[in-house]
Design a protein around this ligand. Structure first.
Ligand code: ZN
Ligand code: FE
Length: 256
């Protein structure tokens, strides 16, 4: 069995640490900062066996160089981006076999936040970086609303019980925005209360699941008449297709 633990970094990043239960080797996802990773390795007497990267932003890649000085390990990352230390360039449909964990992960290209962003999935887990967040989605730095909409569709096509390990603790702020977009959604109201309690206790709100996101994340609910109506009110015009609704919700969130 694979265990996945959050290693907090910076203000609100999570570096996910994967381990086969009881085994000494581990793999980390998006190590933006080497220090918390090296601390966990030392504290728990673990050996780093590999690094997975979802996209090129420094808060996801900044620790790679120093981790490689500590130990030479494979670095998996998107073929379409410049990734420090990358040894394996990945594209849609590629598979990654992590020897140390006896774990195979598939690769999905999910452009939108960045142009070459990838996600890893397997054994009921999804590592999606800054594409899909709990209650939200990544900002469109290098992609169009259409691209991000398609990328999110790809992710929601995974099995509903897939656990989502995204790279930031943004859930509470995301849900406080979500309730403005989709106030009639009772599942969302309940989730906001749960997440408020978790954050008041300084606890991690992840992983969520594809099913939970589909029910409560307004960026996945362009087809909900309540979301559409509120997006139209904000935009001040009729929105005639789901991509337009998504684009308006994204622009609304960006505007604060
Ligand atoms: Zn990013
Ligand atoms: Fe990030």
């Amino acid at each position: 069995m694979i265990t996945v633990k959050p290693v907090p970094a910076f203000n609100d990043n999570y570096i996910w640490l994967l381990q086969r239960e009881g085994a000494p080797d581990c793999v980390v996802v998006d190590p933006g900062d080497p220090v918390p990773v090296l601390n966990v390795l030392a504290e728990q007497d673990l050996a780093l066996a590999g690094i997975l990267i979802t996209h090129h932003h420094p808060d996801h890649t900044g620790g790679v160089g120093e981790l490689l000085e500590h130990r030479q390990v494979p670095v998996y990352g998107p073929a379409g981006e410049t990734i420090p230390g990358r040894t394996q360039a990945l594209r849609e449909g590629d598979t990654v076999y992590l020897d140390a964990l006896d774990l195979e992960l598939g690769v999905l290209e999910v452009p939108g936040h960045t142009a070459g962003h990838i996600a890893y999935y397997g054994q009921g887990m999804l590592f999606c970086g800054d594409t899909l967040f709990a209650g939200g989605c990544g900002r469109l730095f290098e992609g169009t609303p259409e691209q991000m909409y398609q990328s999110l569709e790809k992710l929601t096509g995974l099995p509903p019980d897939t656990r989502i390990y995204c790279a930031h603790e943004y859930t509470l702020a995301n849900l406080r925005f979500a309730i403005r977009v989709n106030p009639g959604n009772t599942a969302l109201q309940e989730r906001l209360q749960q997440v408020e309690a978790l954050r008041a206790a300084d606890r991690c709100t992840l992983p969520s699941t594809i099913d939970e996101e589909c029910r409560t994340n307004p960026f996945l609910r362009s087809g909900d008449p309540d979301v559409k109506q509120h997006a139209e009110n904000w935009a001040g015009k009729r929105l005639t297709d789901p991509v337009q609704v998504f684009a308006a919700v994204r622009a609304w969130k960006d505007a604060g």
